[in-house]
Design a protein around this ligand. Structure first.
Ligand SMILES: Nc1ncnc2c1ncn2[C@@H]1O[C@H](COP(=O)(O)OP(=O)(O)O)[C@@H](O)[C@H]1O
Ligand SMILES: [Mg+2]
Length: 364
């Protein structure tokens, strides 16, 4: 995705790998984003997100490949080159926001500006500006021990954006906050992103954060990029079962079916035309939760499943049930309740929205 106007990508990651001994933590990652992008690296724990971010921050050297910021090489695995943090013009925010305990909030925010040799007057003005941006002006003279965890995280973010870095790097910055504060801080970070215009890379294992915050998402699995694109593109057009089931709320259903005559059949029930499987005999069909409705729907394939759980969501109900050991997520209109173990009907009202080979690759 190099920009059409010929400007260099704000961040270009070219065929970057990172090995620890014989273990490959990041495997041939190749992605670029334009200036002002909000790139989210999302994937399960241990998939290589932090290692990739640490390479962007200059804290790790790639084993192979190179990284460029605004067309300037900052890391080159082949030559063992790593530009230091200052030369990168990048700021990093971690999950554990170690503030200096002996400095006030203002002192913490001012410190990197002193290091960058800003004048006293410019420092004072900038400290007030970022305090305002983060909504923590009232905490200016307090010490870290005198403010809450959520407030400390705001100070850490203020401290990072103070020197106006071109690039902001975040490693699960909200994971230590409670659920309500996390949602608030999500919007705050988006507001800060709009206000600063800094190209951002944000690491999270939370797919909801990825879907709500990202302009670009890279889904990582075992060190590899499974798919890279806009959030809706990945949701609507997943290339693998991993992406299809990792993204989306509620989780999507994957149903294994076999070719029988001209149909794809699950438990004796014809769900789709055999042509959707191309040359394969066994495939997996993707049904989003809203493609599977509780109850009998006229003219639609219906199965019986054992009720497990109901969760009300925005006036509808997300229902979990089992059929032949297969976990299914379906929706019901309004509020729905049943006793655990009850047999309920589920109808396939739409779809399948995608068909995958048993290997997980998209077929149609
Ligand atoms: N310094 C290191 N030495 C050896 N293995 C490492 C090192 N850093 C990370 N790893 C391994 O690399 C993999 C990816 O780690 P990490 O990037 O921290 O994953 P994530 O942030 O996605 O949870 C993990 O299996 C981790 O154990
Ligand atoms: Mg990590």
């Amino acid at each position: 995705m190099s920009p059409a106007n010929g400007n260099p990508a704000a961040i270009a990651i070219r065929n970057v790998s990172k090995r620890f001994g014989s273990f490959t933590a990041v495997d041939n990652v190749d992605i670029s984003v334009p200036q002002g992008a909000f790139l989210v690296l999302v994937g399960p724990s241990g998939c290589g997100k932090s290692t990739l971010l640490r390479m962007l921050a200059g804290l790790e050297t790639p084993s192979e490949g190179e990284m460029a910021f605004m067309g300037r090489i900052v890391s080159d695995g082949t030559r063992g080159l790593v530009a230091d943090a200052g030369a990168r013009d990048a700021g990093l925010v971690f999950q554990s926001y170690a503030l200096w305990p002996h400095m006030t909030v203002a002192g913490n925010i001012e410190w990197p500006l002193k290091v960058a040799k800003w004048s006293k007057a410019d420092r004072a003005a900038r400290v007030d500006e970022v305090l305002g941006l983060l909504g923590i002006a009232a905490l200016k003279e307090r010490y870290p021990a005198e403010i809450s965890g959520g407030q400390q995280q705001r100070v850490a973010i203020a401290r990072t954006i103070g020197p106006k870095p071109n690039i902001l790097l975040f490693d699960e910055p909200l994971s230590n906050l409670d659920a309500k504060l996390r949602i608030e801080m999500r919007s705050e970070l988006m507001r800060i992103h709009r206000a600063t215009g800094a190209t951002s890379v944000y690491v999270t294992h939370d797919q909801v954060e990825a879907m709500t915050m990202a302009s670009h998402v890279a889904v990582l699995n075992n060190g590899k990029v499974e798919q890279f694109g806009a959030p809706l593109e990945l949701l609507e057009n997943p290339r693998t079962t991993f992406v299809a089931t990792f993204l989306g709320t509620p989780p999507a259903n994957l149903i294994e079916v076999n070719k029988s005559g001209d149909g794809l059949v699950y438990d004796g029930l014809r769900l789709a035309d055999a042509s959707r499987a191309e040359a394969q005999d066994g495939v997996q069909l993707l049904y989003r939760a809203h493609d599977l409705m509780v109850g009998d729907v006229e003219g639609r394939p219906t199965i019986s499943a054992r009720f497990e759980e109901a969760a009300p969501i925005a006036g509808r109900t997300m229902v979990t049930a089992f059929s032949n050991g297969q976990r299914l997520t379906a929706m019901a209109d309004g509020y729905f309740r049943a006793a655990i173990g009850d047999q309920i009907s589920l109808s396939f009202v739409n779809g399948p929205s995608a068909v995958f080979a048993m290997s997980g690759e998209r077929i149609s």
